[in-house]
Ligand binder design. Structure first.
Ligand SMILES: Nc1ncnc2c1ncn2[C@@H]1O[C@H](COP(=O)(O)OP(=O)(O)O)[C@@H](O)[C@H]1O
Ligand SMILES: [Mg+2]
Length: 331
């Protein structure tokens, strides 16, 4: 829809994405296995409380490739947490398709759900206190999930925990307890804990919600690094538009549906400098439906019906009122 240039706040997003895709392909056994790591199609979640129905997701469509890092934004109550809870196996959808890797999230047996949550998924919560055990040091917190999984020896666990803490930039916090860490340091440790057992996907629900902007940016840097170095697919919910500009792809949710997407690409300007260009797209679902941005609808006072005209390379949308509709005006 629109393209705007931004100051490049960020390291080369394209290079990071390429690296993440390469790592993800190595893990998955080839480039051709990158498509559709996470697929939602017409996803519906209805909550029933005391006879009242709330449709939290009303036919949401979303495809995320292996090794992608995607930010999800949207007003409070738009269905972001509901989506993340479903994708992480904590909640079950009412209808539609939700698939992650080879797991069909609508028909998981209890046993398979458990293995999905243990082996495939990592999660970071908004509340810093929910991510770490207060009586363990940062290093012990990262070691714990590996110990519970019982897959690595003591020495290997310690080594990996140190590596992960270094990767997210808090190696110096290894021997401190959560109470001795800042909110940002805690959330970066939480990222290390969440990927300790090498999950394929990492979900984070407003991990920067309790942090100021600068500290939030550090957490995003940690997520980008983990994405690029481990090839983990990452979906992060945020209401912070400033940090959302630090990822290549941002998906907006409105009323339980994906409404628009922003993609950022680097472009070499005429003077040879690199600039980051944002392009906003509307999301088209399988049956050809899309949502017009509220600002466009308001600007032309569009309501009820619009006129569509197919041009050689685009589609025109015009108000469908009587004055502009020749046939209706004559009849
Ligand atoms: N367990 C639940 N029971 C009833 N309604 C719920 C429940 N969870 C979420 N909702 C409702 O679903 C809608 C979407 O909520 P949520 O996914 O938490 O939004 P967001 O995370 O975008 O703020 C809201 O109207 C919310 O009140
Ligand atoms: Mg939420």
């Amino acid at each position: 829809m629109t393209a705007t240039a931004e100051t490049p706040l960020v390291p080369d997003l394209a290079a990071l994405q390429q690296r993440a895709a390469q790592r993800a392909a190595e893990r998955a056994g080839g480039q051709d296995r990158l498509r559709g790591h996470i697929v939602c199609d017409g996803l519906v979640r209805i909550f029933k409380t005391e006879g009242v129905e709330v449709v939290a997701l009303q036919g949401l469509d979303l495809v995320i490739d292996r090794g992608e890092l995607v930010a999800i934004v949207g007003a409070s109550g738009s269905g972001k947490s509901t989506l993340l809870n479903i994708l992480s196996g904590l909640d079950t959808p009412t209808a539609g398709i939700a698939r992650v890797a080879d797991y069909d999230l609508l028909s998981l047996s209890a046993k398979r759900r458990l293995s999905y949550r243990r082996e495939l998924v990592g999660f970071v919560w908004q509340q810093t206190g929910r991510n770490l055990l207060p009586y363990l040091t940062a290093l012990e917190n990262v070691e714990l999930p590996m110990e519970l999984a019982g897959k690595r020896g003591r020495k290997a666990r310690r080594e990996r925990a140190r590596e992960l803490l270094d990767l997210v930039g808090v190696g110096y916090c290894a021997d401190r307890r959560p109470g001795q860490l800042s909110g940002g340091e805690q959330q970066r440790c939480a990222v290390a804990v969440a990927v300790a057992n090498d999950p394929e996907v990492l979900f984070a629900d407003e991990p920067t919600g309790e942090l100021d902007e600068a500290t939030g940016a550090e957490v995003f840097t940690a997520l980008r690094t983990i994405n690029a170095e481990l090839g983990v697919t990452i979906v992060v919910v945020t209401h912070d538009h400033a940090v959302a500009t630090q990822v290549r792809r941002t998906v907006a949710i409105r009323d339980g549906r994906t409404s628009s997407e922003v993609r950022r690409t680097a472009r070499i300007g005429e003077d040879g400098s690199t600039e980051l260009v944002s392009e906003e797209y509307a999301v088209l679902d399988r049956t050809g439906r899309m949502q017009l941005p509220a600002a466009f609808v308001d600007a032309l006072s569009l309501r009820d019906r619009v006129r569509l005209d197919l041009e050689p390379d685009h589609v025109q949308v015009r108000p469908g009122d009587r004055a502009s509709d020749g046939r209706e005006a004559r009849s």
